[in-house]
Design a binder for this molecule. Structure first.
Ligand code: GLC
Ligand code: CA
Length: 569
């Protein structure tokens, strides 16, 4: 029986992909919407419920497409509106939702609004689409975000004879939300994409919409008021549409985006940092604190949980997490050294973990079982590598590896035309680390994800259940319970590289049957001091009691089919 969820994203798993790097259908070397459509059966097999595509709009690509010249069309490299429609149709047939990235805060300098603003008379509404000053010392308390590339939030414009504000690159002027005309234009953008039938927006950089002297210019009341207007537009639409906030802030500051009448979900970047720190240190006391804080701030499953994404592994300068956590991550992973970019570590997950599959599966098992919306970054299901040395964050944005063919089956274009070089680094070569090969190998990381995700689909307690942290007297063992009315799961995870034996107090379920559900194994009945042994980076998901699972998850892994990677439409 389907779970009684009010919204499609409750209990879902989101797969983040970069349209330019996922699959190239027309052989020009650049991934496109048609390529994504062809690969949807793979994503359906993998067991994800939604895709989030980074920006698809026309852009000079100074910032991976987050510098937009037209909010209401599609970059010709990626296809056209008809391609998007076909992508949506096929995704919906397969039960997959499609989330667009929407950049509210800024445009490209090449956006017609900015070109018009530069030439428009000072003080006019056209000029005031952006934030101008005669001097470059305004909003001095607002940190420079891309501090590797920029030393100021202001850039001089010859034509306007004024400085304009840019919280990100100098190619990305901030829109001036204090101008009502800007608000109306951006709400019209929201309406436009709602009409195209999309299922959600990942709202980029939401804290920065409004500015105020003497503040960090983050999460001001006016910004929240505008986001409530966005929510109203979404509520007025007859479909169920997700609003997911990107606010790289501590939970006390990101929780307000989840207030009544505002956004539905927000990334929990502090938790991401704490997960890495726990593995780096082999202990989870601070992770416990972080989980408690996040659930106290916003209970339930409204935090989206990424391990990695297309940006740096964001750690910050003591604002997001403590200096000690930053230090733990930087020193705990030798492969992080030398890869600090602006505010964090510019590496993919597998190479950061030095190719060790154990902490990799451990971290994923946590995001797949903690309360929230797990976000899987494309390629991480394979343990794909990265290419340090590529420009900016491109190291983490290289083509998806599908097969052992040229360019990993990503494209038929000659190498020089490829959007980025496929990975051939030792240990991560696309001829070995690819979907087709890993589907054949029952012990592969890919088949592990498939099994975890399909098991999770049958475990409403893990997707929707209440969350209860369980005491553990071992510093490396994190344990918690998730329960819905008729199903309870207990999870235990060892974040260290040494085995751990401990006892859990399962007195509240005393005498209940305990079954490990992913691989299928009976344990002794629950008791007040229930003994467990977890190998290095080991974890278990136990079903408590006799709750009926839709299917026993203990069958062996399915023989893999060629179908998911075969391109078909
Ligand atoms: C977000 C995006 C990042 C981009 C920035 C500016 O943080 O994730 O990739 O550079 O916003 O738009
Ligand atoms: Ca293409």
């Amino acid at each position: 029986m389907p779970d009684p969820v009010a919204h499609w994203w409750e209990g879902c798993v989101i797969y983040q992909l970069l349209p330019r790097s996922f699959a190239d259908a027309n052989g020009d070397g650049i991934g496109d919407l048609a390529g994504i459509r062809e690969r949807l059966p793979y994503l359906s097999w993998l067991g994800v419920d939604a895709i989030w595509m980074t920006p698809i709009y026309p852009s000079p690509l100074k910032d991976g497409g987050y510098d937009i010249t037209d909010f209401k069309s599609i970059h010709p490299d990626l296809g056209c509106m008809a391609d998007l429609r076909q992508l949506l149709e096929r995704a919906h047939r397969l039960g997959i939702k499609v989330v667009l990235d929407l950049v509210l805060n800024h445009t490209s300098v090449l956006h017609p609004w900015f070109q018009r603003a530069r030439w428009a008379p000072s003080g006019s509404s056209e000029r005031n689409f952006y934030v101008w000053r005669d001097r470059d010392d305004g909003y001095a308390d607002a940190p420079v975000l891309f501090r590797r590339y920029e030393s100021s939030n202001w850039e001089w414009d010859e034509v306007a004879g004024q400085y304009f504000l840019h919280r990100f690159l100098r190619h990305q002027p901030d829109l001036n939300y204090a101008n009502p005309a800007v608000q109306e234009e951006m709400l019209a953008v929201v309406d436009f994409w709602l009409e195209q039938g999309i299922d959600g927006f990942r709202l980029d950089a939401v804290p920065f919409l409004f500015e105020e002297e003497g503040s960090r210019c983050e999460g001001l009341p006016e910004t929240h008021a505008f986001l409530r207007r966005v929510r109203q537009r979404v509520d007025a639409c007859d479909r169920d549409v997700l609003l997911l906030a990107e606010a790289i802030q501590p939970v006390q500051e990101s929780a307000p985006y989840l207030a009544e009448g505002e956004l539905h979900a927000a990334f929990e970047f502090a938790l991401t940092a704490h997960l890495f720190a726990a593995v780096a240190q082999g202990r989870c006391d601070q992770l416990y604190t972080c989980l408690r804080e996040a659930q106290n701030a916003v209970p339930g499953c409204r935090w989206a949980l990424p391990l990695r994404n297309h940006d740096e592994l964001w750690l910050g300068d003591g604002h997001l997490v403590s200096d000690a956590v930053v230090e733990a991550v930087c020193t705990g992973f030798p492969n992080a050294e030398g890869h600090w970019l602006n505010w964090g570590i510019n590496r993919r997950l597998a190479p950061m973990l030095n190719g060790d599959p154990r902490p990799n599966t451990l971290l994923h098992s946590l995001i797949y079982s903690l309360p929230g919306i797990p976000c899987l970054y494309y390629g991480d299901e394979l343990g794909m590598g990265d290419w340090p040395g590529l420009r900016d964050r491109d190291a983490n944005r290289t083509p998806m590896a599908w097969t052992r063919d040229r360019a990993g089956g990503f494209s038929t274009a000659p190498d020089p035309l490829l959007v980025l070089p496929p990975i051939t680094a030792p240990g991560y070569d696309y001829r070995v680390v690819n979907v087709a090969v890993q589907q054949q190998l029952s012990g592969s990381l890919l088949n592990w994800h498939h099994r975890m995700l399909t098991s999770r689909q049958q475990l409403p307690a893990l997707r929707l259940g209440d969350f209860q942290l369980l005491e553990s007297d071992h510093p490396s063992v994190l344990s918690y319970a998730r329960s819905t009315g008729d199903m309870t799961m207990v999870v235990a995870a060892n974040v260290s590289g040494t085995g751990a034996s401990t006892q859990l107090d399962l007195g509240q379920w005393r005498g209940s049957r305990m079954r490990e559900v992913v691989w299928g194994c009976e344990f002794p009945a629950a008791s007040d001091s229930w003994f467990i042994y977890l190998p290095a980076y080991g974890f278990f998901w136990w079903l408590v009691g006799e709750a009926d699972m839709v299917a026993e998850a203990s069958e062996p892994p399915q023989p893999e089919r060629a179908e998911p990677v075969a391109a078909s439409s």
